[in-house]
Design a protein around this ligand. Structure first.
Ligand SMILES: NC(=O)c1ccc[n+]([C@@H]2O[C@H](COP(=O)([O-])OP(=O)(O)OC[C@H]3O[C@@H](n4cnc5c(N)ncnc54)[C@H](O)[C@@H]3O)[C@@H](O)[C@H]2O)c1
Ligand SMILES: [Zn+2]
Ligand SMILES: [Zn+2]
Length: 379
């Protein structure tokens, strides 16, 4: 029996308030309104950003309204579409996008950026274009994290925050392209434009950093130094292309001095994938004079970083990346193709698989450093 046009009752992991574990609830997901799509989410993974908004909302984060359904790294199938939707049909395999690509705004029309303006304020505020969310629980509106909310068996997203992918792609793998892997890979390939035969340093070897290592290798970097305070991450980093790994805690000197010594003056490219202002500065100071480029992928919103101006005057560049610089709707299906053609790895990032009812364990595994990505099977 078709569910189109009807409210769907299903399970979701609800964050009732910051700092408390998620609670599995029966929620109601409304039909999509105009230019919206309702999707059946098959697989979602837990990204560190989900952890940060739940457990560190007071630290460097802008306010997000609760109760909230988190989750923004997922893949699913279109269940039904609202009026005016022309690019999606029920049955399509899709990846929801926390960064839209409307293809109409001034930024979408510019090749210089992926920062689409569409629905920005609403999505940051956890609602759709009409100012309301499509998920409710016990009669109460539940906000949608980044306008997405994939810790739910069904969700509704704007049709500009969704991309169609090939129908033979395994959803339980390509869900990783909804955030972390695409971000790290793009930090190197797209934002950093890492060059052949260059030297690189990647700070932080979680999913984002490991994907940055993979991007540096794909770009032909000669030397890729993986840096993490958790040496358990080094094996995977070497598998994905690091040529050596360094633990800052093994050295008495600051890590930037260690990198500068190792490379006779600093790396060509440094990629920060941790999210701490101090590490961001360390990364910048690890780059060489004259042309060193530091790309920040790690997330913080309210904190500031301190940089000695001379480092920039001597020719270094400091920049940041949002979703790896990819124009989301057009580029993510290409990354899916790269995975299917065996040019991009995803399986190596999946260390754990859990059902929705154990989602809090996935948060613990990520925060303790025991996992890279846990894929949650929603059904
Ligand atoms: N820019 C974007 O669009 C975007 C997208 C996704 C995630 N992020 C951010 O990227 C960051 C990484 O995400 P993740 O999912 O890979 O997280 P993660 O927790 O899996 O990885 C972070 C890694 O950094 C390491 N680390 C911690 N302190 C360190 C230090 N002082 N020096 C070196 N390494 C250190 C940890 O041991 C861990 O391995 C987060 O801040 C996340 O919010 C940004
Ligand atoms: Zn993320
Ligand atoms: Zn746009």
């Amino acid at each position: 029996m078709s569910t189109a046009g009807k409210v769907i009752k299903c399970k979701a992991a609800v964050a009732w308030e910051p700092g408390k574990p998620l609670s599995i609830e029966d929620v109601e997901v409304s039909p999509p309104k105009a230019n919206e799509v309702r999707i059946k989410v098959f697989a979602t993974s837990v990204c560190y950003t989900d952890w940060e908004y739940l457990y560190e909302s007071e630290k460097g984060k802008k306010f997000r309204p609760f109760p909230l359904v988190l989750g923004h790294e997922a893949a699913g199938i279109v269940e039904s579409v609202g009026s005016g939707v022309t690019k999606f049909s029920p049955g399509d395999q899709v990846i929801p996008l926390f960064l839209p690509q409307c293809q109409e705004c001034d930024r979408c029309r510019s090749p210089k950026t992926n920062h689409c303006r569409k629905n920005w304020e609403h999505m940051q505020g956890g609602v759709m274009a009409d100012g309301t969310s499509r998920i409710s629980c016990q009669g109460q509106q539940i906000y949608q994290f980044l306008g997405v909310s994939t810790f739910s068996q069904y969700t509704v997203v704007p049709d500009t925050s969704l991309t169609k992918i090939r129908n033979d792609a395994p959803l339980e793998k390509v869900c990783l392209l909804g955030c972390g892997v695409s971000t790290g890979y793009g930090a190197a390939m797209k934002t950093g434009k890492v060059e052949k035969d260059s030297t690189c340093a990647v700070f932080g070897l979680g999913a984002v950093g490991l994907a940055a290592v993979m991007g540096c290798k794909a770009a032909g970097a000669r030397r890729i130094i993986g840096i993490d305070i958790n040496p358990d991450k080094f094996g995977k980093a070497m598998t994905l292309g690091a040529t050596e790994c360094v633990n800052p805690d093994d050295h008495t000197k600051p890590i930037q001095e260690v990198v500068v010594e190792l490379t006779n003056g600093g790396v060509d490219f440094a990629l920060e994938c941790v999210g701490y202002p101090k590490v961001m500065r360390d990364a910048l100071e690890s780059t060489t004079e004259a042309w060193g480029l530091c790309v920040i992928a790690g997330w913080t919103e309210a904190e500031t970083m301190c940089v000695p101006v001379e480092k920039l005057l001597m020719g270094r560049t400091l920049t940041g990346t949002y979703f790896g610089g990819w124009k989301s709707v057009q580029d993510i299906p290409k990354l899916v193709d790269e995975y299917m053609n065996l040019n991009l790895k995803l399986d190596e990032f999946i260390t754990h698989k859990l059902p929705l009812r154990q989602i809090n364990d996935a948060f613990d595994l990520l925060n303790s450093g025991a996992s890279i990505r846990t894929v949650i099977n929603l059904w």
